[in-house]
Design a protein around this ligand. Structure first.
Ligand code: ZN
Ligand code: ZN
Length: 448
């Protein structure tokens, strides 16, 4: 493992893969034998992406693959969620999770297996669909890992829960699985693990202990005025001016109320009022996106917003209190320090200098809703998916952000290898850090 300067490029982007000769756990000896179908499966998923909560075809293919590996399967968990459970004698239980959904993005990668799918979104609008966040990589890697663990019961002991989650992009798929009784399907979970493919050199894996992905909140604020003719401001309480004051004053929350150096984002992403120049509207809607890395800061920022909005409403003589509606909320991803140390050490031993310690990643995830509901510690890490050569050239030119397509871009196209191999290896290596790797020949551990 090594620490890298966090100031350059993407967080996970600081190491170019180099050759290492790690000791290969016997479970991974079968990797070569499954590579072809894993790649085929990935290409097929990439070509046939499905929007959040609509992962019907994907879920079916996942369930059939798990069954083919001899793993017991529950389908329809939280909508389209799939849970596989592999029991292999006494020992800890490790939960491995992959998300399955795609995005309303028109693919522009030019790949031979690019998506041409079109679907109707939740607003009834026809949209192109693309695996622009790499969840197809996550699914293919978890299936590969499941197959390898199921094929080598002699090399480990315990149980593994394979959780294929719907609707990460809408922040509610993990919660849907929890609410539909995920806990009742599983033994007590000792650790939960998940990963994400990122714009960093393929072959690199990055871990971070503690707060790793921000909590995200979206807040819809409606403020009220008194409508009037545009020529008679004296008869109005103008919500446009009121909203404008609020937007300006909200800029002081991060600048003046949070600790310097602590990452906090407060963005007014949407501001709507009025219909016509000569009509003073009677209300305005302000939508705010908030990203924080600690529950204390999150609470302080939300309180500051309420205070500022209520204060400005009072200053304007608003006829009734503002209303607040939270939506699209992602929990904080706060990696357990002990679990992360265990994963990082296992990665360091296996991947050598391709395993790096990284700063907190940008973005948000709903994965932690699962371990939080199950009372389990967790570790979430990143794997690179960018062609290492492309990445190296972009880095040399100082143009990583311009030249390396990022998640959610229409050009996001992880290279299949070594991305898929690496994503399978990470899951197996991390799981074995709990499930042990008994010496070859250890027996009496048939599947229960
Ligand atoms: Zn995404
Ligand atoms: Zn994603």
């Amino acid at each position: 493992m090594r620490n890298r300067d966090p100031a350059v490029g993407y967080n996970l982007a600081m190491a170019i893969p180099s050759q290492t000769s790690p000791p290969i756990p016997s479970v991974l000896s079968g990797l070569e034998g499954i590579r072809t179908w894993v790649e085929d499966f990935y290409r097929d998923l990439h070509e046939h992406p499905e929007l959040s909560h609509r992962e019907v075809r994907t879920a079916d293919k996942v369930a059939r693959r798990l069954e083919a590996a001899g793993i017991s399967v529950h389908e329809g968990v939280g909508g389209t969620g799939v849970v596989g459970l592999l029991r292999n004698g006494e020992g800890p239980t490790v939960l491995l999770r992959a998300d399955m959904d795609a995005l309303p993005v028109a693919e522009a990668t030019g790949l031979s297996y690019a998506s041409r799918e079109v679907a109707t979104d939740s607003d009834g609008k026809e949209v192109s669909v693309m695996h622009a966040c790499g969840h197809d990589i996550h699914v293919a890697c978890l299936l590969g890992a499941a197959h390898l663990l199921a094929s080598h019961p002699e090399a480990w002991a315990g149980s593994v829960a394979f959780v294929f989650q719907p609707a990460e992009e809408t922040a509610d798929g993990a919660r849907a699985m929890v609410e539909s009784g995920l806990a009742g399907l599983l033994p007590r979970i000792d650790v939960a693990l998940a990963q994400h493919v990122l714009p960093a050199p393929a072959g690199v894996v990055g871990t971070h202990a503690g707060p790793t992905l921000s909590a995200a909140d979206s807040l819809r604020i409606t403020v009220f005025g008194r409508g009037a003719h545009g020529s008679m401001p004296q008869a109005s309480i103008d919500p446009v001016v009121l909203a404008a004051m609020i937007v300006v004053r909200l800029q002081t929350v991060v600048a003046r109320e949070t600790r310097p150096g602590e990452p906090v984002v407060l963005t007014v992403g949407k501001l709507q009022a009025g219909t016509k120049t000569n009509v003073i509207s009677d209300h305005a809607v302000i939508e705010v996106n908030i990203r924080t890395y600690s529950p204390e800061t999150r609470r302080a920022v939300l309180e500051a917003i309420h205070r500022i909005v209520d204060g400005e409403c009072q200053a304007s003589g608003s006829p009734k209190p503002a209303t607040y509606e939270l939506f699209d909320q992602f929990p904080l991803t706060d990696n357990d320090p002990d679990a992360t140390t265990r994963v990082s050490e296992a990665f360091g031993a296996f991947f050598g200098e391709r395993a790096v310690v990284v700063p907190a990643l940008s973005g948000s995830e709903d994965f932690s809703d699962i371990p939080n509901a199950l009372g389990a510690p967790y570790c979430y890490w990143g794997i690179g998916g960018t062609d290492p050569e492309l990445y190296r050239k972009a880095e040399e030119a100082g143009r990583v952000f311009e030249q390396v397509p990022v998640n959610h871009s229409a050009l996001f196209a992880p290279v299949m290898q070594p991305t898929l191999d690496t994503g399978i290896q990470t899951l197996v290596v991390a799981a074995l850090a709990w499930l042990g790797d008994p010496a070859p020949g250890a027996s009496g551990r048939g599947r229960a």
